[in-house]
Structure formats: structure tokens, C-alpha cells
Design a protein around this ligand. Structure first.
Ligand code: GAL
Length: 429
């Protein structure tokens, strides 16, 4: 070894030691990290407490791994994507896609974007990352079409959860309701003292549709609910009409200003002790966490009345739009999203359980652990209000019909209108 090389080696070692001392760790450049830079636009509707926290935590992991990427966190406020989805559609149709965007697994992804040719298959990524072995087949099916996979599930949310204020329940000696009859009895007690029984924030009508899907499952059972989406059960059937009638009775027990509130403002009514209960997907759990509430301390939960054993699945996914301006960064982001680290950064704050089955359970609170347990054994059915059960066109028209129903309570009108929409969307004969 020559003298020059003898000198260079200690210098290199010293430099390495210095870097280590300064950053606390040796920078390790993993596969795919080199050369990923530039603007990266991610499009979601996650602006409320809990949702935004989860997204930020996920983006932090991404930024750490890909420090040269400039993240553009594009959000359009409005629960369930009530505004964002329209903006997205315009952009996609106009050939101006973001690099990746939030989309529900199931019909919202497949019918709106995959069949119509707006997405690139990412089966290669699933194979490279070994995800086929660590995501449940039910979820893989929701993001697949004709043998190709089109997105990466970030999470699993449960739609049919009833949340309640524990202090109120303790004060009045109440037990959480198992049936809608139990629910109405609780309403009699709390309303006598001026407390709203069920808070609702349906400034976007989706929140009433959300409530209704729980009512449908309670009245039809998981099988009957599924039969609606196979076109085997008519919307004009007595069972469905019964569900509309029940919904109308429930709506007599919500806050008067429900049409002016968003979903998180409705959850806040429970936090403030102005309402006893709220029926919302478990992004409400993320909201409770964001205001410092702890499960089984300040709030409790049960499956929405009459739905124990059924898990209405909502899954947020992200894919690769054809023509994504920064395809490399989008793929890099999807790798992070599907990783254990990404899922475990996002989900404990978001109020959802990880889509992967091999993550660190100890990072999840008592509610989320109970949701993991239920997800593993319950009958899984897709959400109507959150894009999985039926195409977006059905959901949009159904929302209009639901607005009429909230105002009129006309069961015959609403059920025959729903049947027409079902036929028009090719679901029913
Ligand atoms: C759902 C979405 C959830 C949550 C919720 C309220 O559609 O899947 O992640 O964001 O809307 O905005």
C-alpha cells in the first residue's frame, strides 16, 4: 500500500466518524432513493383534526427518506371528499393529474379511474415490495382489475361505529345501545335534560348516507346489504323501505343545526358534552385523539346498533395516475405508504388500522386494537357513503335523493328514486 493511500484511509474514516457524530447516524442511501427529486404533489381531503395529523406524519417519513423531494401537500377541505373529488375529476379529465391522490378502494377507484384508463397498473411495485403476502386478499381485490393492481391501501377505517360521551352515560346510568330500540330509550333520557341524543353534521349529505348505511346493515343484515349491490334486492322492497323509515325516526333525534355542521364539528358536540352520541367512521377516533381524548376514558364506542359482527370497510388508497408529472417521486411515495414504517406513522393518528397485517400492534390504542380484532373475524362489507360499494355516479345521485328524503321523509318517493338510480347505473335490472 503506497504512502498516499495510507494517508487517505484515516482521513476517510475521520470524515465518516464526524458525519456520524453530527447526525447521530450514518446516512444510508437505500434502493430507489438516489435521483428522486423535484416537486411531488399529493392530493387529499384530509384537513380535519386527526386526518391532517396522520397525513403529516406519513409525509414526514417520506421526506426523511427522500430529502430532495419538494412535497406539495394539496388538500381540498370537505369530509368524504365532498369537494375534493369534483376538483380531482376536473383535473384528471383535463390531463392535469397530481402525482398521486386519495381514492377509496372499490368502485370509486375502479369505475372512475381504472376502467376509464386514467391509472397505471402498479402490480410490479406490489411484487418488488413483497406486499402480496402482507396485505389481506379482501383489500387487494378492492384495488385490482383484470389481473392488475392499481393502488396501495393506506388504511382500513370502520364506518359503523357509535361513539358516546362516557361522562354523560355515567351520569344517567346508561349502557351503550345494542339495538335501535335501546338507542331510542337513551334519547328519551338525555333529551329530557336538553342534551342532543345523536350529533350529526351533514353539511355534506354524505354524512346522512353514512348513517343510513349502518341502518341498512342493521335492517337487512350483511347478506341483505350485499344483495343491494349485486342487484338481488330491490330498493323498493319492504326491508329497504323499513330502513328508510327507521332512518327518519333517528333523524328526529339529531341536533337542529345538523345541516350547517361538518362531521368533525358534530364530533365536537360530543366532546363538549352537548350531544351524547355520534355515529361516524373511526376518523372520529382520530379526531378524539387530536383533542386529547383517550378511548374508554372520555369516550366509549360500540358497533352501530344492530350491526355487531359486520364491519363496513372504508379504505383510502393511493395510486399512480397515467402522466403523473413526477412518476419517480410518486412511486417512491407509494413504497413508503405501503411500508410498515409508513403505515405505523399514519394510522395511529388517523384513527384507522393499518392495511398491512404485520405492523406493530403496540403503537395502536385500545380502540384501534379492538378494531383490528373485529376486522379479523367480522363479515366485511363495502361502504356506500365512501365509494366502495357502488360507482360514484350512483353515490352522487343517491345523495340528491337523500337530501329530498331528509326534507320530506317520503319513503315511497325515495325508495323508487333509489331503484331508478340503481337501474341507471347497471346495478339493478
Ligand atoms: C372518508 C375517508 C376518511 C376520512 C373521512 C372524512 O371518505 O375515507 O379517510 O377522511 O372521509 O373526511
Amino acid at each position: 500500500m503506497g504512502k498516499a493511500r495510507l494517508l487517505v484511509l484515516p482521513l476517510l474514516l475521520a470524515a465518516l466518524l464526524l458525519t456520524t457524530a453530527w447526525t447521530g447516524q450514518v446516512a444510508i442511501v437505500g434502493p430507489g432513493q438516489e435521483g428522486v427529486s423535484g416537486d411531488f404533489e399529493i392530493f387529499t381531503w384530509w384537513t380535519a383534526g386527526g386526518e391532517a395529523d396522520g397525513l403529516n406524519a406519513l409525509l414526514e417519513v417520506f421526506q426523511e427518506r427522500y430529502p430532495d423531494v419538494n412535497i406539495i401537500n394539496a388538500t381540498v377541505a370537505g369530509g368524504a371528499g365532498m369537494n375534493a373529488r369534483a376538483v380531482l375529476k376536473t383535473r384528471m379529465l383535463g390531463g392535469n393529474p397530481p402525482d398521486t391522490f386519495q381514492v377509496h378502494g372499490g368502485q370509486e377507484l375502479i369505475a372512475s379511474y381504472v376502467v376509464t384508463g386514467y391509472m397505471e397498473p402498479i402490480t410490479f411495485l406490489w411484487e418488488e415490495e413483497g406486499w402480496l403476502d402482507v396485505f389481506p386478499q379482501d383489500l387487494i381485490d378492492m384495488v385490482s382489475y383484470e389481473g392488475e393492481i392499481y393502488s396501495v391501501p393506506a388504511n382500513v377505517h370502520r364506518s359503523n361505529v357509535l361513539w358516546y360521551n362516557k361522562a354523560i352515560f355515567e351520569e344517567y346510568g346508561l349502557e351503550p345501545p345494542e339495538t335501535w330500540d335501546d338507542f331510542f330509550e337513551i334519547c328519551d333520557v338525555v333529551e329530557a335534560d336538553g342534551i342532543t341524543c345523536l350529533s350529526l353534521g351533514d353539511v355534506g349529505i354524505w354524512a346522512t348516507v353514512h348513517l343510513f348505511e349502518s341502518v341498512l346493515v342493521s335492517e337487512l343484515g350483511a347478506e341483505g346489504y350485499q344483495a343491494l349491490w349485486n342487484g338481488e334486492l330491490d330498493w323498493t322492497s319492504d326491508e329497504v323501505k323499513g330502513a328508510f323509515e327507521l332512518l327518519y325516526q333517528i333523524l328526529q333525534h339529531v341536533n337542529e343545526d345538523h345541516g350547517a355542521l361538518s362531521w368533525d364539528q358534530a364530533v365536537q358536540l360530543v366532546v363538549d358534552g352537548e350531544a351524547a352520541m355520534n355515529l361516524m367512521g373511526d376518523w372520529a377516533e382520530g379526531y378524539f385523539t387530536s383533542v386529547g381524548w383517550t378511548p374508554n376514558v372520555e369516550y366509549g364506542w360500540v358497533p352501530s346498533p344492530g350491526t355487531a359482527g359486520t364491519f363496513i370497510v372504508v379504505t383510502d388508497t393511493f395510486g399512480l395516475p397515467l402522466g403523473a408529472p413526477n412518476r419517480d417521486a410518486a412511486i417512491a411515495f407509494l413504497r413508503v405508504l405501503g411500508s410498515v414504517e409508513g403505515q405505523d406513522a399514519f394510522n395511529p393518528l388517523k384513527g384507522s388500522i393499518p392495511a398491512r397485517v404485520d405492523t406493530d400492534r403496540s403503537l395502536y390504542d385500545e380502540y384501534l386494537q379492538s378494531s383490528m380484532d373485529d376486522f379479523a373475524v367480522d363479515t366485511l362489507v363495502p361502504s356506500l357513503a365512501h365509494g366502495s360499494a357502488a360507482p360514484e355516479s350512483f353515490g352522487a345521485d343517491f345523495g340528491t335523493v337523500m337530501s329530498v328524503f331528509v326534507a320530506t321523509g317520503d319513503v315511497d318517493l325515495v325508495s323508487s328514486a333509489a331503484q331508478q338510480i340503481c337501474v341507471a347505473n347497471g346495478i339493478c335490472q
